[in-house]
Design a protein around this ligand. Structure first.
Ligand code: CA
Ligand code: CA
Ligand code: ZN
Length: 653
């Protein structure tokens, strides 16, 4: 909330401003000719206007269209401007003339309410939730982390979990560049208009117009009515340990502000919040030397590199934020500290999958580009309509099974003060898993054990662990393999051979049996309940051949050795939770063992006789194994795994 005294000052200031005569009629037929720089009838203009719900001249006289609730777009007419600055850091030099075709840019950054609608519609999981967390400003006042830390990567930091209050009309933060593009792609689908992130050049022109001004509003320092920055309120909460906050300025906000809170700070085109509040992702790859070689027409930044969302690529962020300073000293000198200030020419770069509580975005519409859609994870099956079925084993143990065998089985042990689970399916299913657990017990999650690194068994690590502050336990090698997926997925407690956890009156024993399914296989024994979670060493009981994931250090021959060892460890009357499929028992474990012996020697004999893999697959396994080939892994696939496993073993010998 803005204090009343400040509001009064604002009203007075507005009253004192010279009257600008601009027609703001919402009658489009009569207003068109009265908007500034009447635009040519190009497709980007006419097609977009046709889809909008309203068209008018905005407060500064430029054309504006609206798609409803703060989804307003200002048309920036075609023409040249000077991009960059002599006064700023080297990455802003040389200033160079750039011609841009006309384009529409959002009047406001994307708000919390808008992003929430996107997530509600799509169940989208942000990069922060995928395990990368969000950097959050803690200052020196936070009780959440060590007082010496000012910036801190919060594992549970995400767009809807920022430690300060974020209202619906505040800009959404703690979103990555990937997330921003995903929003743009969704909005494009919703409104049938191609929304994109603005290019860096489009952003800068929209922010400072064609007169090389320092800030969107002109060349004067911010004064509390123009932008939300690190001001006296910021200092009183977070201390002066920041990038030189300004104690003379009171802008009314400690952290973020509504996107329309600073009308006096709008740009020459009437675009809001281009300085401060949240920094904004733009389309371009960040390259400090780009201005020296930028094309002079419609630059889109350095060439777009190949590679997935987690590839280490820096994208440009613009405009400064609530934790940043003015960048212009009282004596008029420009004192840049990278882009960590409100100067319209300042630039910073950040990894495209990283999120920050001071970084948001806005979208734009131009003729040439579509939103960059994040490649779909190839390991991710279709999870629509998947449900979680709970199977009771005894008073304190359960198995959670995903319908359509969409993800690995979860073993559940309920203790007096918490819950221990083995494996956690996909992050996309975490809400359903949480609901199933809450049906079983009110207790919170205490431990998450991983049987191996595969994403259908560990994908929920980030969301479940960060939501519940539970501890993830796994094999040393599981942690190493999960490093590629972001810190919130990483096990905090690891072991190499065996480990015991005493929980809920149970002796929970983890035994590493690596090398069969993957190089980090673990089975979990619940001694008093007489239950064993086998991970994917036993896949769907006897309705599917197992999987030896050779690319993850698995091998069919080692699987046979490991199953042989497990026959001595697993008690006779144990209930077995397989990696996938229904609850099973030691009789079926023996059948698995026999199948492994026979099919491996079957393939080995033929391989030694000089048959090719294809010949062996064509001949097929003995008919008694027909049922094994009806599940997840068929006979051809299993023959190939055995064939390759033998080859790998021979190569090692
Ligand atoms: Ca502020
Ligand atoms: Ca901003
Ligand atoms: Zn697996």
């Amino acid at each position: 909330m803005v204090p009343t005294s400040l509001l009064t000052i604002r009203v007075l200031l507005i009253a004192l401003l010279p009257t600008v005569v601009v027609s703001c009629s919402r009658d489009s037929t009569s207003s068109e000719s009265r908007c500034l720089n009447t635009t040519p009838e190009i497709p980007i203009f006419t097609e977009t206007v046709a889809r909008a719900t309203d068209e008018y001249c905005n407060e500064t006289g430029y054309r504006e269209i609206s798609f409803g609730d703060r989804l307003d777009f200002v048309f920036v007419p075609a023409g040249s401007f000077v991009m960059g600055s002599f006064e700023g850091l080297a990455d802003q030099r040389p200033p160079h003339e750039v011609y841009l075709d006309g384009y529409w840019i959002a009047k406001y950054p994307v708000t919390v309410a808008q992003f929430e609608k996107f997530v509600d519609d799509t169940n989208y999981i942000t990069d922060a939730e995928r395990g990368w967390g969000s950097w959050q400003w803690t200052g020196q006042q936070s009780e959440r982390v060590d007082r010496s830390d000012v910036w801190y990567p919060m594992a549970d930091g995400r767009w809807n979990n920022i430690y300060f209050n974020q209202e619906d009309d505040h800009p959404v933060g703690s979103v990555s560049w990937n997330d921003a593009n995903a929003f743009a792609a969704w909005l494009s689908e919703e409104l049938q208009v191609d929304f994109v992130l603005p290019t860096e050049a489009q952003w800068e022109k929209a922010a400072r117009g064609i007169d090389q001004r320092i800030y969107p509003w002109g060349n004067g320092r911010p004064d509390g009515h123009l932008a939300n920055m690190a001001d006296s309120r910021f200092i009183s909460k977070y201390g002066p340990y920041t990038r030189n906050p300004d104690p003379d300025i009171d802008d009314g906000y400690v952290e973020t502000s509504p996107v329309d809170a600073f009308p006096q700070g709008k740009s020459p085109y009437g675009v809001f919040d281009m300085a401060g509040n949240l920094g904004e992702w733009v389309f371009d790859v960040y390259d400090a030397d780009y201005y020296a070689r930028s094309p002079s027409e419609n630059p889109v930044g350095p060439s777009q590199p190949e590679g997935g969302p987690d590839q280490d690529i820096e994208r440009v962020n613009r405009g400064g934020s609530w934790v940043d300073r003015a960048g212009l000293e009282h004596d008029g000198a420009i004192d840049p500290e990278g882009g960590h200030n409100l100067l319209a020419a300042s630039r910073t770069g950040d990894e495209q999958n990283s999120s920050d509580d001071h970084m948001g975005f806005r979208v734009a519409i131009d003729m040439t580009r579509k939103a960059v859609v994040k490649p779909v994870d190839p390991d991710l099956p279709d999870l629509t309509d998947v449900e979680i079925v709970t199977h009771r084993i005894n008073d304190q143990m359960y198995m959670l099974e995903a319908t359509r065998d969409a993800a690995g089985n979860i073993g559940v042990l309920v203790g007096s003060n918490g819950i221990l689970i083995v494996d956690d399916q996909f992050a996309e299913l975490s809400p359903q898993v949480k609901a199933a657990l809450s049906e079983i017990s009110d207790n919170g999650l205490t431990y998450i054990l991983n049987t191996h690194h595969h994403i259908d068994h560990t994908g929920g690590n980030s969301r479940l662990a960060s939501d519940s502050k539970s501890t993830i336990v796994a094999h040393d090698q599981t942690r190493i393999r999960l490093m590629a997926r972001g810190p919130a997925n990483w096990p905090e407690v690891t072991f190499s051979d065996t480990m015991s956890i005493y929980f809920g009156g149970e002796h929970v024993r983890l035994v590493a049996v690596p090398g069969g399914h993957t190089d980090n296989d673990v089975v979990v024994l619940f001694e008093s309940s007489n239950v064993v979670h086998m991970g994917d060493l036993m896949n769907s009981g006897i309705s599917s051949f197992p999987v030896a994931d050779l690319s993850s250090g698995g091998n069919a021959l080692d699987m046979l050795d490991n199953i042989e060892r497990l026959l001595t460890i697993v008690p006779e009357d144990a209930t077995i939770i397989p990696g996938h499929g229904p609850l099973t028992n030691k009789t079926e474990l023996r059948q698995l063992h026999e199948m492994l012996i026979e099919t491996i020697s079957f393939v080995d004999a033929r391989k030694q006789a000089g048959r090719s893999l294809q010949q062996i697959q064509t001949e097929g396994l003995p008919v008694k194994y027909a049922a094994w080939g009806t599940g997840y892994m068929n006979a051809e696939g299993w023959i190939a795994m055995v064939y390759q496993s033998i080859g790998l073993k021979k190569a090692v010998q």
